[in-house]
Design a protein around this ligand. Sequence first.
Ligand code: GAP
Length: 515
Amino acid sequence: MAQQEDVFKKLVSHSKEYGFVFQSSEIYDGLSAVYDYGQNGVELKNNIKKYWWESMTLLNENVVGIDSAIFMHPTIWKASGHVDAFNDPLIDNKDSKKRYRADVLIEDQIAKFDDKINKEVEKAAKKYGDAFDEAQYRSTNPRVLEHAAKREELHTRFAKALNDNNLDDLRQIILDYDIVCPISGTKNWTEVRQFNLMFSTEMGSTSDGSMKVYLRPETAQGIFVNYLNVQKTGRMKIPFGIAQIGKAFRNEIVARQFIFRMREFEQMEMQFFVRPGEELEWFKKWKETRLKWHKALGLGDQKYRFHDHEKLAHYANAATDIEFEMPFGFKEVEGIHSRTNFDLSSHEKYSGKKLQYFDPETKESYVPYVIETSIGVDRMFLSVLSAAYTEEVLENGETRVVLKLPAALAPIKVAVMPLTKKDGFPEKARQIIDDLKFDLKCQYDEKDSIGKRYRRQDAIGTPFCVTVDHQTLEDNTVTLRYRDTMEQERVGIADLKNIICDQVSMKTLLKKVAE
Ligand code: GAP
């Protein structure tokens, strides 16, 4: 665990050192849980968005995109339930004056039981070696069963308190389980209060006053309220989807783990409108499609798992998360939800406008059901970066830090380097870039030794380095170096574009998704 925390710390400092992610307003000591993307970060982020957008809108004829405004009519958030129910239960420690999410404190306590169980299992696995039957051990060992029973008891009580919105019992659980503030170490807790996560501001300043508006906490509602516009103007037939990428804002209380939980972040959401009764079939299809999208990146199939929700939101009839193994454990990156016709029906009610679809096949009008896929760009960024971050000990004993990014997502695709700054090498290198730059993001680098330049490119995940040397001037060949294997080969300048494009193009990646 300590080792993983260490990796995470290194990742955060690497992100800063190499221009991926900066703390927002850093020269003013930063703004908590808000981050800026640097020169390499923005390229990686844009590539992630491109990958998502194209896999939605190019690979699916029946998915189109929109870009709706961040500000929306405030009644939308009443209809969606966010004004009344988009809350976190908060609790303060009176000694440290620190504020916590009561549910997170309890979840951490549940995780402690899981840790105890896992430790028992690990110990036994070591002891019994190959003969160890984990499933049997988990279901029979008295100590494991005791921890599991305690965990279950807490989990059941916690789920009930959340379901019943019973804030007193949430507090009582914290007291009963001796949960202390990590800072003060005391149990001197306040009451638990609900806190709405939406940011609000004022719009307009007329003599009639101004209107309270919200910064959207999800992009999805912009899709719902435009569903009929798109359906009619795009002559869309059910089933069809609307995709959107955009900023969302949440006044997160427990803002931690770098860009995992931010106050301003970006979502990539797609709402897929289907016939009532067919939603669970589509839910299953989108689960498969989305997992395939993730796995096509080649970050390691074992790093993903589904977490099906036991407790469903009142409007959902199925929900799952795609979790990714971050340096701090398996965490949600994407949610896939079967939202029934809740949102559209609610908007019908609040707006007084019909949002029905006339189905030419069944000759019926209905409010469509919706499957939603919702992924955070920043969390995706973090998962890609954490899987790519590698420290390798080389034969000469040196350590190289390399970001083994999927080539199509890498910020820079190829670095072109003259062996020295003279003898016409720089001019030749520039010529190569001038030829490649229309297809590939290139970087020119002539400073320091070639070895140092390779390390710099490794650290930002550049899949290819091209070196111009004496032979280049004689026969128009260059050295092409591969990031992951560090192998080098001699290739003709005329072949460079094809070799590199074949490996780094979005098309290559999209084909894997479509396979
Ligand atoms: N429209 C459904 C929706 O917004 P959600 O589970 O609240 O569902 C979807 O959010 C995704 O948005 C999450 O899986 C996560 O990737 C991302 N996300 C949510 N809150 C976030 C935050 N505070 N910081 C970064 N990403 C966040």
